[in-house]
Design a protein around this ligand. Structure first.
Ligand code: ZN
Ligand code: ZN
Length: 579
């Protein structure tokens, strides 16, 4: 679900529910929205639109803004609230529109009317037909407003279909012009849900609770959202979003159904092609550091469940990571362990907790250079082994931090048991012999328990070390904890070592193990590593099980089955390339 809505009116405009603004806020929170904007129909300093009950009076402006500010503070832990207006552009009104913009966070351009030849307001409505010339003027107004950077987005850009009978050549030309403007100036377009609402759940201006099947039948010849208009949009590089255009409290809880109906009108094909603003993009806007960044792009290298971005601010590149929950203290303490041991890792520049999202963001310094993975594709075996040794030497420093073994074994046992339980819960395991897996898992575990616990990175793999100026920087350090050293390599065993990994990768790992054990890799390390393959398998099974992802589960069983078969099980297996 889109968890933000930038289009909300209030009682002040005269045609919305006569309720306190706070009522809307509570409803949004109940529905799980994280960010909303109040955008009531804007006041006019000098009245031009003289219709009654259409927009707030100028005298109400300060109270409106003050109330939003009050709500913003009161609900700051639950939802982000911004202020704004829905405005129409009119030639001559530029200064007052820019003034409204200055006082608020977001301006929606909802161009409901334009001047006709006699400088009378001509208003979009089902009974008012517009000429081709007038539609061109409609786009001119949009262009002027956008050029002046007045709107943050364009509300119901397809509202002009109210003034036309069908979508033909002229309507298409208008759509293309709007899209060219939106693309050129990077202004998002809104799929407005209010007309759907008033034709269905609010038919005859009374809220009904008929089923969606009944509502669907009520949508006949709806002017907007206009299917053909959005087909045009899908061919441009334009951001889009849904806008509930709330005038009634009841609209908010109907959001998902209104989106379903809108998607049916526009068509699945087009919806899939449209470039929707994501919840994550909106979340990023709430990180103070990212304001004024030159660019923020998602980083998709490697495997990670956290959101990762690269951003540039004042010419300097940073790496941004967003974690679930409040992990500030934990991440700071992991960083201090690396600092204390002199193990290179990117410095934390800034971090913070986003309470509304229950997420932690960390801005790290950006390490240029190449990952071990990239180097294995460029360098020779001898060089790779050397680099591996250097990495392993740093890892061996972790051994200076240890903890009580008995407590750790207890924790591990309960984790391992719960993993095994999941394996029993899954019926289909045609690729493996469950009993044998569990027997081996428990047998190999004892070798793990013989070793001494220490601090570990938790996922040393070829993507998580970057070499820059001949120094290995450890990244993805957020899993750092006290554990058994072999578990640091669970990821490599699953992803890299599947029985046919390349010589170069073997060389890198061989180097790492040698560095870690000061050239004397213990014999039993083979068994510990074998254990981690089972362990990683069970972790993956758990993840797929929790997400109820059957395709993934199949993949995991197949892959594990393949490793299993290739190695004749692990009971006495030796990794020949170790030494
Ligand atoms: Zn309205
Ligand atoms: Zn509106």
């Amino acid at each position: 679900m889109q968890d933000f809505n930038y289009h909300t009116h209030t009682f002040r405009c005269g045609h919305a529910d006569l309720i306190e603004d706070e009522e809307y806020v509570k409803e949004y929170i109940k529905m799980g929205f994280k960010k909303i904007v109040f955008t009531d129909h804007c006041p006019e300093r000098t009245l031009i639109d003289t219709r009654v009950n259409i927009r707030m009076q100028y005298s109400l402006k300060n109270e409106y803004l003050a109330n939003i500010q009050k709500l913003r503070e009161k609900y700051a832990k639950q939802i982000i609230i911004e202020s704004g207006y829905e405005v129409e552009y009119l030639p001559g009104e530029e200064a007052s529109l820019l003034e409204l913009k200055k006082e608020t966070d977001k301006i929606l351009l909802g161009q409901h009317f334009l001047y006709d030849r006699n400088k009378n307001l001509k208003i979009f409505g089902s009974k008012n037909k517009f000429t081709k010339e007038e539609l061109k003027e409609y786009v001119n107004y949009i262009e002027e407003a956008v050029k002046l950077r007045i709107p943050s987005l364009i509300a119901h850009p397809d509202i002009y279909m109210l003034g036309r009978d069908s979508f033909g050549k002229t309507e298409s030309e208008i759509a293309h012009r709007i899209c060219e403007i939106a693309e050129k100036y990077s202004v998002p377009l809104e799929i407005n849900l209010n007309k759907i609402f008033s034709d269905t759940y609010y038919k005859d201006k009374k809220l009904n609770d008929d089923s969606i099947q009944v509502q669907r039948k009520r949508i006949i010849d709806i002017a907007y959202p206009c299917k053909e208009f959005w087909e045009v949009v899908a061919n441009y590089n334009i951001k889009v979003l849904y806008g509930i255009d709330v005038h009634h409290k009841g609209q908010i809880s109907l959001f998902n159904n209104l989106v379903t109906l809108a998607n049916e009108i526009i068509g699945k094909n087009t919806i899939n092609k449209l470039n929707f603003i994501t919840n994550d993009e909106v979340l990023l806007e709430s990180i103070p550091f990212l304001k004024g960044c030159f660019s923020v792009t998602q980083d998709l290298r490697g495997h990670s469940s956290a959101l990762r971005y690269v951003c540039v601010k004042d010419g300097i590149t940073y790496f941004v990571k967003i974690y679930k929950n409040n992990r500030i203290e934990e991440l700071d303490s992991i960083q201090s362990i690396y600092d204390r041991l002199g193990i290179p890792t990117p410095k934390i520049v800034e971090n913070g907790y986003l309470e509304v999202y229950d997420k932690t963001y960390v801005i790290y310094e950006y390490i240029k250079g190449k990952t071990l993975k990239e180097l294995t594709e460029e360098l020779e075996v001898e060089e790779l082994e050397m680099i591996g040794k250097m990495v392993g030497n740093y890892l061996s420093k972790f051994k200076n931090i240890s903890d009580n073994k008995e407590i750790l074994i207890k924790t591990c046992n309960s984790e391992f048991e719960s993993l095994i339980e999941i394996l029993f819960k899954i019926k289909k395991n045609k690729f493996i012999n469950t009993d044998r897996v569990i027997r081996n898992f428990n047998y190999l575990k004892e070798y793990l328990y013989e070793t001494c616990p220490s601090f570990i990175h938790k996922d040393v793999n070829l993507n998580n070390v970057i070499i820059y100026n001949n120094v290995p920087y450890f990244v993805d350090t957020d899993g750092g904890k006290i554990s058994f050293c072999a578990l640091d390599f669970r990821g490599i065993c699953w992803w890299t070592w599947d029985g046919d990994n390349k010589l170069n990768e073997q060389a890198m790992y061989r180097g790492i193990f040698q560095g870690l054990f000061n050239n004397k890799i213990p014999d039993n390390f083979h068994k510990e590593i074998a254990f981690t393959i089972y362990y990683e398998f069970l972790l993956k099974v758990q993840e797929a099980f929790v997400n109820n992802d059957h395709d993934r589960m199949d993949f995991i069983f197949k892959k594990f089955g393949k490793i299993f078969a290739k190695t004749n099980y692990f009971e006495n297996y030796k990794f020949e390339w170790f030494s």
